[in-house]
Ligand binder design. Structure first.
Ligand code: DX5
Ligand code: ZN
Length: 217
């Protein structure tokens, strides 16, 4: 199974984004992970459309956009326009999730659904065949640099079993507190996409760190 490393730009230098984007372009990373926060669904505000558009101008890899916003349906078209390739919404923000999934698909993007740490993977059983990716939050969404929640391994294993039954192509992505200490075990549990923010950008040599994560995954 192909493995993807997705550095989260939330931990990049916002005053010099282009430099960090070029670093990712020239590294072993596969995707740009882009965290959008609205200060309502999560207690933090990150950035919006103009910044994503600017990132897209320089990014040469897949734009993996993670929406931590209420009522994401209002903005699906706009996220496509600013360059999202994968659009992930939170299960907890979508009362009509099936409709939201269809709307993302209709815009020609890959579809992801994210689960908060307290949300069981079983809620996705009836929609798993219709999506490309599940993003399992291994911290409470809102901030970079938090510590990894250990129950994530069990959730990844359960989802891996569901994947075999309902959607063998499904990508299982883990987000939050991913480091060289847990990425291997996450891969063994069945994860095949890995977001890493602070561990990459706070390291002395981010490009080497990405390389190391890719080898371990
Ligand atoms: C948290 C975001 C993450 C964050 C991860 O709400 O979804 O993508 O950037 O940061 P680290 O890897 O530092 O936990
Ligand atoms: Zn994220």
């Amino acid at each position: 199974m192909k493995k993807y490393i997705a550095p989260s730009l939330l931990s990049a230098d916002f005053a010099n984004l282009q430099k960090d984007i070029e670093m990712v372009n020239n590294s072993d990373a596969d995707w740009f992970h882009i965290d959008v926060m609205d200060g309502v669904f999560v207690p933090n505000i990150s950035f919006g459309m103009p910044v994503i558009k600017a990132i897209n101008k320089h990014a040469k890899k897949t734009m993996d956009v993670h929406l931590m916003i209420v009522d994401p349906d209002r903005y699906i078209k706009q996220f496509k326009e600013v360059g999202a390739d994968i659009l992930t919404v939170h299960y907890e923000t979508c009362p009509h999730l099936h409709r939201t999934v269809q709307a993302i698909r209709a815009e020609g993007m890959k579809v992801g659904i994210s689960l908060n740490p307290h949300t069981p993977v079983s809620v996705l059983e009836d929609i798993l065949a219709d999506i490309d990716l599940v993003l399992i939050m291994s911290v409470n969404p809102g901030f970079g640099g938090q510590s990894f929640i250990e129950t994530t391994y069990k959730k990844v294993r359960q989802l891996d079993a569901m994947r075999k039954e309902f959607n063998p192509e499904l990508i299982i992505e883990v987000d939050g507190g991913v480091t060289d200490q847990n990425i291997e075990k996450l891969g063994e549990a069945g994860a095949n996409a890995f977001v890493a923010g602070s561990f990459v950008f706070n390291s002395e040599n981010p490009s080497e760190t990405i390389k190391k994560l890719k080898q371990l995954a």
